[in-house]
Every structure is written in structure tokens, then in C-alpha cells.
Design a protein around this ligand. Structure first.
Ligand SMILES: NC(=O)c1ccc[n+]([C@@H]2O[C@H](COP(=O)([O-])OP(=O)(O)OC[C@H]3O[C@@H](n4cnc5c(N)ncnc54)[C@H](OP(=O)(O)O)[C@@H]3O)[C@@H](O)[C@H]2O)c1
Length: 360
């Protein structure tokens, strides 16, 4: 049986193509294996970051591709079309991490009522979250437009949730304002939405001129400042910086502007893909990568079983209703649409109010 995969050259992301691969049909599947039809998936700048960090964080190992190429992981939905696992029926729907492809074979393990894990040997080097699939059945929260929001935002909002929790737990390191770069990104506005509810903290969105109106319209940032206007920020107010853009020049300017008043500087993303490998030492707080699994481990221990899920669900319930107003979901179906959406995202041509959902 044939599947179609979308792959990108690891050393030149502008170079991408479709290939046909051979996958086992129902009669050839090994014991416990599932054949999944990849149904719909979201695509945002976060997926481009998976490609940028593909070697370093082993994302390229998840969905093997021919030498020199990689298959970018995406969050979305799949349907079981053949099953050799006694507890998983044909027609089941799964939510999780998929390749940009028409099909995926999963070696189902740790099957419970709520989910399962792909135990394929080549997937063992990544964090467990990337190998888990939720069995969503008829859950209305994962159907229709709500399902699109889950694919587009749930994994990003988990990061927003963890950063908000981490900063609050550390009393914002004494900062009275939190600046977010790439404020128009979904991860940033999810975080801004949460920070907006924190007393005594001013939430400042840093963005490009073309996205400033969108960021202002959200209502979760107290102030919106374009990148070229950072000097307008009062440098005597203790500040925290949460960096989604990964732009070395911007980070340097902000650190020099705030000096010792830069109380926290956390690196999250790389939307601008302009990080220099040798950044000079900067005044103010040391820049550190925010490592989500550390905060998850800490809170799992402190909050006990289900503690993170309960709190995250409550936060999601407050956030999801905003999305009807903040986002317009656009759907692309078929190889031409997928290639175009990929290149538009790679080259920063997707307007921030758009949530891209794709299907091959
Ligand atoms: N560390 C983690 O665990 C973790 C978890 C979640 C997300 N993240 C990271 O957070 C970042 C945001 O992800 P997202 O999916 O939320 O993004 P998104 O919604 O797709 O963000 C779009 C915004 O990013 C900026 N941008 C995107 N592509 C660009 C390009 N080619 N050139 C210049 N600017 C570009 C623009 O914002 P501006 O004009 O406002 O700059 C654009 O409006 C990603 O780097 C992602 O990997 C990290």
C-alpha cells in the first residue's frame, strides 16, 4: 500500500517535496500495530522550530525520511483504519503528534481508556509527550472547530500555562512588567491571556509593525510596542523578558536598555530564526532556555496525580472561548495547499489571526 509524505531538505527548508512511501496493508501489520490515516493537522511557526531543532532535539527521528530530508512533526488527528491491537477498533480517533503524511503505522503500547503510546524503537529518544496519543472518541471538545483549536493551540498553550505558573511561583523575579516578543504568536498571546489575570504585572507585547494592530486588538496586552520602538519602554521598571522570537539583536538591545532591571530573561522560541551562535555576555539576568519538562516534573510531584491536568483544563476553559474572536481557521486540503501553507509559514507570510489546518 502507498502513502504520501511531505518532506523538507534538512539543510535548506525552502526545498521541499512529496514522496510516495510503501506502508504495510492490514494483513501485513505486526501484532499490536495500528494503521492510521492522518486526518487533519495544524501548522504554525512552532512546527518550523521543530525543523530548526530537528537534529538537536531529535525531532527528525520521529518520522523517518530519506537521507538529507526530514518529515516535520505536526499536532492533529488520525483515524485507525486497520488494527492488530485487541483493544483498539477500526474507526477510533486519536489526537497527537503525526508526520506530514497521509498515513502512519503505530506500535500501540500502554493502551488505557484515555490513550496509548507508540513504542516504535526509532521514537525512543524524545520526551514521552511526543509519543502519546489521546483516544478522543466522540469527545465534543475535540470535534469540529473546537478540535481545530485543540490542534492549533493546545500544545502551545501548555507552554503558556507552564511559563505563567513558573513566573508566578518565582514572584516574577521582582519584575513588574513582562515583555513578550513575537507577541502576535499563539504561544505568546496564550501566555499574555494568563498573565493579564495576575495582579501588579503589566503585560507588554513586542511585535513587528505589520502585526501591531492585531496584537492590540486582542485586549490581553496592556501595551503594544513595535520592535523599532523598544526605547519608549521605561528602563527603570524591573522587567522580565519571555522571548518567542529568538532574535539575538533584539535580545541584546533589550538587555542593554534595561541593564540590571532585566530580572528574568527566558528563551522559548525561534520565530525570527535569527539567533547568533555567539552572543556577547549581556547586562541583567542570564538568558536561560525555559525547559517545560522540568516544570512539568516539579508540578507533577507537588500537585499529585491529575493536578496538572485539572489546572490546565481550567486554564484552557478560560482561554478557548476567546479564540472565536481572535482566530480565523483556514483549511488547506491536498498537496498543493500543504506545500503553500508550509512555505508561507516558513517565510512569515501567514497573518497572525489565521490558524492553518491542513490535510493531505
Ligand atoms: N520551548 C517550547 O517548549 C515551546 C512551546 C511552544 C512554542 N514554542 C515556540 O514559540 C514560538 C511561537 O510559536 P507559535 O506556533 O505560537 O507561532 P505562530 O502563532 O505561528 O507565530 C506567528 C508569529 O511569529 C512571527 N513569525 C513567524 N514566522 C516568521 C518569520 N519567518 N519571520 C519573522 N517573524 C515570523 C510573527 O510574529 P511577530 O511579528 O510578532 O514577531 C508571526 O506573527 C515558536 O518558535 C515555537 O517553537 C516553544
Amino acid at each position: 500500500m502507498n502513502a504520501t509524505d511531505f518532506i523538507v531538505a534538512r539543510d535548506d527548508f525552502q526545498h521541499c517535496k512529496f514522496i510516495e512511501t510503501t506502508i504495510p496493508d492490514a494483513t501485513e501489520l505486526p501484532d499490536d500495530a495500528l494503521l492510521i490515516k492522518v486526518d487533519r493537522f495544524a501548522f504554525t511557526a512552532n512546527n518550523i522550530t521543530y525543523a530548526v531543532l530537528g537534529d538537536e532535539l531529535k525531532y527528525w527521528e520521529l518520522f523517518p525520511a530519506p537521507e538529507g530530508f526530514g518529515n516535520i512533526p505536526v499536532w492533529g488527528f488520525g483515524e485507525v483504519i486497520a488494527s492488530r491491537h485487541p483493544s483498539i477498533a477500526i474507526g477510533e480517533r486519536l489526537f497527537g503528534y503525526f508526520p506530514m503524511a497521509t498515513h502512519l503505522v503505530i506500535e500501540a503500547a500502554d493502551v488505557s481508556k484515555r490513550g496509548l503510546r507508540d513504542a516504535a524503537a526509532h521514537r525512543r529518544n524524545v520526551a514521552p509527550v511526543y509519543n502519546s496519543y489521546a483516544r478522543i472518541g466522540g469527545d465534543a471538545g475535540f470535534a469540529g472547530r473546537q478540535g481545530d483549536y485543540q490542534a492549533l493551540l493546545r500544545p502551545l498553550f501548555m507552554l503558556s500555562f507552564l511559563v505563567d505558573d513558573y513566573l508566578a511561583e518565582n514572584e516574577f523575579y521582582g519584575a513588574r512588567c513582562v515583555m513578550l516578543s513575537s507577541a502576535s504568536s499563539k504561544t505568546a498571546f496564550g501566555l499574555a491571556h494568563l498573565l493579564h489575570g495576575r495582579d501588579g504585572i503589566k503585560v507588554i507585547g513586542l511585535t513587528s509593525a505589520s502585526n501591531a494592530d492585531f496584537v492590540s486588538s486582542l485586549g490581553c496586552y496592556d501595551e503594544v510596542v513595535t520592535y523599532d520602538n523598544f526605547q519608549s519602554l521605561p528602563s527603570d521598571v524591573p522587567a522580565a523578558f519571555v522571548d518567542m522570537a529568538g532574535n539575538s539583536a533584539l535580545r541584546e538591545k533589550l538587555h542593554r536598555h534595561f541593564g540590571d532591571q532585566m530580572k528574568y530573561s527566558g528563551r522559548i522560541g525561534l520565530t525570527h530564526r535569527s539567533s547568533s551562535p555567539d552572543e556577547p555576555p549581556l547586562p541583567g539576568a542570564k538568558q536561560i532556555w525555559f525547559f517545560a519538562p522540568d516544570q512539568i516534573r516539579k508540578r507533577a510531584k507537588e500537585w499529585g496525580p491529575g493536578g496538572i491536568d485539572t489546572r490546565f483544563s481550567a486554564a484552557w476553559s478560560g482561554f478557548a472561548p476567546m479564540l472565536d474572536r481572535w482566530l480565523t481557521v483556514t483549511e488547506g486540503r491536498g498537496p498543493v495547499a500543504v506545500r503553500e501553507a508550509y512555505l508561507d509559514t516558513l517565510n512569515g507570510r501567514v497573518p497572525p489571526h489565521q490558524g492553518v489546518i491542513l490535510s493531505l
